[in-house]
Design a protein around this ligand. Sequence first.
Ligand SMILES: [Zn+2]
Length: 254
Amino acid sequence: MLPDVEVAVRLQAIDLRISDLQKEIAALPKHVAEIEKKLSAHERRLEKDRAALAANQKERKRLDGEVQIFEAKITKLRDQMLGAKTNEQYRAFQNEIDFATKEIRACEDRTLDLMAESESLDKSVKGAETVLKEERQIVEADKQRAEKRTAEDRRRVSELQTERNADLAGMSPHAAATYERIRKARGGIAVSEAVDGRCGACHIALRPQFMQELKRSEEIRVCETCGRILYWNAPKSPEELGGVNALSDAPLRR
Ligand SMILES: [Zn+2]
Protein backbone atom coordinates (compact mmCIF):
# COMPACT_ATOMS: atom_id res chain seq x y z
CA MET A 1 0.00 0.00 0.00
CA LEU A 2 1.26 3.52 -0.75
CA PRO A 3 2.41 5.23 2.45
CA ASP A 4 0.02 8.15 1.76
CA VAL A 5 -2.92 5.74 1.41
CA GLU A 6 -1.89 3.95 4.58
CA VAL A 7 -2.00 7.28 6.43
CA ALA A 8 -5.34 8.10 4.77
CA VAL A 9 -6.82 4.84 6.09
CA ARG A 10 -5.66 5.75 9.61
CA LEU A 11 -6.93 9.32 9.21
CA GLN A 12 -10.32 7.98 8.19
CA ALA A 13 -10.54 5.94 11.41
CA ILE A 14 -9.52 9.00 13.46
CA ASP A 15 -12.06 11.22 11.70
CA LEU A 16 -14.90 8.73 12.22
CA ARG A 17 -14.06 8.57 15.92
CA ILE A 18 -13.97 12.39 16.14
CA SER A 19 -17.34 12.57 14.41
CA ASP A 20 -18.87 10.03 16.83
CA LEU A 21 -17.51 11.94 19.82
CA GLN A 22 -18.82 15.23 18.49
CA LYS A 23 -22.26 13.71 18.02
CA GLU A 24 -22.18 12.53 21.62
CA ILE A 25 -21.02 15.97 22.82
CA ALA A 26 -23.96 17.55 20.95
CA ALA A 27 -26.47 15.00 22.29
CA LEU A 28 -25.59 15.28 26.00
CA PRO A 29 -27.03 18.80 26.60
CA LYS A 30 -30.27 17.66 24.94
CA HIS A 31 -30.42 14.70 27.30
CA VAL A 32 -29.89 17.01 30.28
CA ALA A 33 -32.53 19.45 29.00
CA GLU A 34 -35.03 16.58 28.69
CA ILE A 35 -34.58 15.36 32.25
CA GLU A 36 -34.73 18.94 33.55
CA LYS A 37 -37.95 19.52 31.64
CA LYS A 38 -39.51 16.46 33.29
CA LEU A 39 -38.36 17.69 36.69
CA SER A 40 -39.78 21.18 36.19
CA ALA A 41 -43.15 19.69 35.14
CA HIS A 42 -43.24 17.86 38.49
CA GLU A 43 -42.21 21.06 40.30
CA ARG A 44 -45.03 23.00 38.64
CA ARG A 45 -47.56 20.37 39.70
CA LEU A 46 -46.32 20.61 43.29
CA GLU A 47 -46.57 24.42 43.19
CA LYS A 48 -50.16 24.08 41.98
CA ASP A 49 -51.04 21.76 44.88
CA ARG A 50 -49.32 24.10 47.34
CA ALA A 51 -51.29 27.06 45.97
CA ALA A 52 -54.55 25.08 46.26
CA LEU A 53 -53.69 24.23 49.86
CA ALA A 54 -53.00 27.90 50.68
CA ALA A 55 -56.30 28.95 49.04
CA ASN A 56 -58.11 26.27 51.02
CA GLN A 57 -56.67 27.58 54.32
CA LYS A 58 -57.50 31.17 53.40
CA GLU A 59 -61.11 30.23 52.59
CA ARG A 60 -61.49 28.38 55.90
CA LYS A 61 -60.24 31.44 57.76
CA ARG A 62 -62.73 33.63 55.89
CA LEU A 63 -65.62 31.24 56.74
CA ASP A 64 -64.50 31.26 60.37
CA GLY A 65 -64.73 35.06 60.35
CA GLU A 66 -68.21 34.92 58.86
CA VAL A 67 -69.40 32.47 61.51
CA GLN A 68 -68.19 34.87 64.20
CA ILE A 69 -70.05 37.78 62.61
CA PHE A 70 -73.31 35.80 62.42
CA GLU A 71 -72.90 34.59 66.01
CA ALA A 72 -72.43 38.17 67.22
CA LYS A 73 -75.50 39.16 65.22
CA ILE A 74 -77.58 36.39 66.82
CA THR A 75 -76.49 37.50 70.32
CA LYS A 76 -77.54 41.04 69.47
CA LEU A 77 -80.92 39.88 67.99
CA ARG A 78 -81.67 37.83 71.13
CA ASP A 79 -81.11 40.98 73.27
CA GLN A 80 -83.37 43.00 70.95
CA MET A 81 -86.00 40.26 71.08
CA LEU A 82 -86.36 40.80 74.84
CA GLY A 83 -87.59 44.31 74.09
CA ALA A 84 -90.10 43.23 71.41
CA LYS A 85 -93.41 45.00 71.83
CA THR A 86 -95.57 43.01 69.39
CA ASN A 87 -95.79 39.48 68.06
CA GLU A 88 -94.83 40.80 64.62
CA GLN A 89 -91.64 42.33 65.99
CA TYR A 90 -90.88 39.12 67.86
CA ARG A 91 -91.38 36.99 64.73
CA ALA A 92 -89.23 39.37 62.66
CA PHE A 93 -86.34 38.96 65.12
CA GLN A 94 -86.90 35.21 65.16
CA ASN A 95 -86.76 35.10 61.34
CA GLU A 96 -83.48 36.98 61.33
CA ILE A 97 -82.03 34.61 63.93
CA ASP A 98 -83.18 31.61 61.86
CA PHE A 99 -81.54 33.09 58.77
CA ALA A 100 -78.24 33.71 60.61
CA THR A 101 -78.31 30.16 62.06
CA LYS A 102 -78.79 28.73 58.58
CA GLU A 103 -75.87 30.80 57.30
CA ILE A 104 -73.68 29.51 60.13
CA ARG A 105 -74.60 25.92 59.29
CA ALA A 106 -73.76 26.50 55.61
CA CYS A 107 -70.37 27.95 56.59
CA GLU A 108 -69.68 24.99 58.83
CA ASP A 109 -70.65 22.47 56.11
CA ARG A 110 -68.38 24.20 53.64
CA THR A 111 -65.55 24.20 56.23
CA LEU A 112 -65.95 20.43 56.69
CA ASP A 113 -65.69 19.91 52.92
CA LEU A 114 -62.61 22.12 52.80
CA MET A 115 -61.02 20.20 55.65
CA ALA A 116 -61.42 16.90 53.81
CA GLU A 117 -60.03 18.50 50.65
CA SER A 118 -57.09 19.96 52.55
CA GLU A 119 -56.24 16.57 54.03
CA SER A 120 -55.86 15.00 50.60
CA LEU A 121 -54.01 18.06 49.23
CA ASP A 122 -51.65 17.96 52.18
CA LYS A 123 -50.96 14.29 51.58
CA SER A 124 -50.26 14.84 47.89
CA VAL A 125 -47.98 17.84 48.60
CA LYS A 126 -45.96 15.84 51.12
CA GLY A 127 -45.72 12.86 48.73
CA ALA A 128 -44.65 15.09 45.83
CA GLU A 129 -42.03 16.79 48.01
CA THR A 130 -40.44 13.42 48.84
CA VAL A 131 -40.50 12.26 45.21
CA LEU A 132 -39.10 15.58 43.97
CA LYS A 133 -36.25 15.48 46.45
CA GLU A 134 -35.22 12.06 45.10
CA GLU A 135 -35.72 13.21 41.51
CA ARG A 136 -33.54 16.29 42.03
CA GLN A 137 -30.73 14.08 43.33
CA ILE A 138 -31.04 11.75 40.33
CA VAL A 139 -31.09 14.67 37.89
CA GLU A 140 -28.08 16.25 39.59
CA ALA A 141 -26.12 12.98 39.37
CA ASP A 142 -27.18 12.58 35.73
CA LYS A 143 -26.05 16.12 34.93
CA GLN A 144 -22.70 15.58 36.57
CA ARG A 145 -22.23 12.34 34.65
CA ALA A 146 -23.09 14.12 31.40
CA GLU A 147 -20.71 16.98 32.18
CA LYS A 148 -17.90 14.55 33.04
CA ARG A 149 -18.55 12.57 29.87
CA THR A 150 -18.55 15.76 27.77
CA ALA A 151 -15.23 16.86 29.30
CA GLU A 152 -13.73 13.42 28.59
CA ASP A 153 -15.07 13.48 25.02
CA ARG A 154 -13.65 16.96 24.42
CA ARG A 155 -10.26 15.91 25.75
CA ARG A 156 -10.28 12.84 23.48
CA VAL A 157 -11.33 14.94 20.46
CA SER A 158 -8.44 17.30 21.06
CA GLU A 159 -6.00 14.35 21.33
CA LEU A 160 -7.37 12.88 18.10
CA GLN A 161 -7.12 16.26 16.39
CA THR A 162 -3.43 16.43 17.33
CA GLU A 163 -2.99 12.93 15.86
CA ARG A 164 -4.82 13.87 12.66
CA ASN A 165 -2.77 17.04 12.23
CA ALA A 166 0.43 15.01 12.56
CA ASP A 167 -0.88 12.46 10.02
CA LEU A 168 -1.90 15.20 7.57
CA ALA A 169 1.50 16.85 7.94
CA GLY A 170 3.16 13.50 7.22
CA MET A 171 1.31 13.08 3.89
CA SER A 172 2.35 14.63 0.62
CA PRO A 173 0.52 17.97 0.24
CA HIS A 174 -1.37 16.63 -2.78
CA ALA A 175 -2.56 13.49 -0.95
CA ALA A 176 -3.52 15.52 2.13
CA ALA A 177 -5.53 17.97 0.02
CA THR A 178 -7.19 15.10 -1.88
CA TYR A 179 -8.18 13.39 1.38
CA GLU A 180 -9.67 16.58 2.85
CA ARG A 181 -11.52 17.46 -0.35
CA ILE A 182 -13.15 14.04 -0.68
CA ARG A 183 -13.95 13.83 3.04
CA LYS A 184 -15.87 17.10 2.89
CA ALA A 185 -17.66 16.20 -0.35
CA ARG A 186 -18.53 12.60 0.60
CA GLY A 187 -20.20 12.83 4.01
CA GLY A 188 -17.01 12.34 6.01
CA ILE A 189 -15.94 9.11 4.26
CA ALA A 190 -12.94 9.71 2.01
CA VAL A 191 -11.42 6.22 1.95
CA SER A 192 -12.87 2.90 0.89
CA GLU A 193 -11.52 -0.63 0.74
CA ALA A 194 -11.83 -2.58 -2.51
CA VAL A 195 -13.33 -5.92 -1.50
CA ASP A 196 -14.09 -8.74 -3.97
CA GLY A 197 -13.62 -6.37 -6.90
CA ARG A 198 -16.09 -3.77 -5.56
CA CYS A 199 -15.78 -0.39 -3.88
CA GLY A 200 -16.58 -0.96 -0.18
CA ALA A 201 -18.43 2.38 0.06
CA CYS A 202 -20.63 2.56 -3.06
CA HIS A 203 -20.50 -1.21 -3.81
CA ILE A 204 -20.10 -0.65 -7.55
CA ALA A 205 -17.94 -3.26 -9.32
CA LEU A 206 -14.48 -1.99 -10.30
CA ARG A 207 -13.08 -2.66 -13.78
CA PRO A 208 -10.56 -5.57 -13.81
CA GLN A 209 -8.00 -3.24 -15.41
CA PHE A 210 -8.61 -0.71 -12.62
CA MET A 211 -8.18 -3.45 -9.99
CA GLN A 212 -4.82 -4.42 -11.50
CA GLU A 213 -3.65 -0.80 -11.30
CA LEU A 214 -4.91 -0.52 -7.73
CA LYS A 215 -2.99 -3.67 -6.70
CA ARG A 216 0.21 -2.28 -8.22
CA SER A 217 -0.28 0.79 -5.90
CA GLU A 218 1.88 3.14 -7.91
CA GLU A 219 -0.35 6.14 -7.29
CA ILE A 220 -3.49 7.16 -5.39
CA ARG A 221 -6.54 5.71 -7.16
CA VAL A 222 -10.06 6.93 -6.54
CA CYS A 223 -13.30 5.02 -7.15
CA GLU A 224 -14.58 5.92 -10.60
CA THR A 225 -18.15 6.00 -9.25
CA CYS A 226 -18.07 7.64 -5.82
CA GLY A 227 -14.68 9.33 -6.04
CA ARG A 228 -13.28 7.93 -2.77
CA ILE A 229 -9.65 6.95 -2.29
CA LEU A 230 -9.49 3.17 -2.74
CA TYR A 231 -7.10 0.77 -1.07
CA TRP A 232 -6.61 -2.91 -1.42
CA ASN A 233 -5.32 -5.32 1.19
CA ALA A 234 -3.50 -8.36 -0.20
CA PRO A 235 -4.95 -11.60 1.20
CA LYS A 236 -2.98 -12.57 4.29
CA SER A 237 -0.45 -15.39 4.18
CA PRO A 238 -0.89 -18.28 6.67
CA GLU A 239 2.04 -16.85 8.70
CA GLU A 240 0.36 -13.44 8.96
CA LEU A 241 -2.88 -15.08 10.02
CA GLY A 242 -1.06 -16.35 13.10
CA GLY A 243 0.19 -19.88 12.26
CA VAL A 244 2.51 -21.82 14.57
CA ASN A 245 5.59 -20.87 12.49
CA ALA A 246 4.68 -17.22 12.61
CA LEU A 247 4.54 -17.36 16.40
CA SER A 248 7.91 -19.10 16.79
CA ASP A 249 9.58 -16.79 14.26
CA ALA A 250 8.12 -13.63 15.76
CA PRO A 251 10.77 -11.42 17.38
CA LEU A 252 10.38 -10.96 21.12
CA ARG A 253 9.00 -7.58 21.99
CA ARG A 254 10.58 -5.66 24.79
ZN1 LIG B 1 -17.08 3.90 -4.71
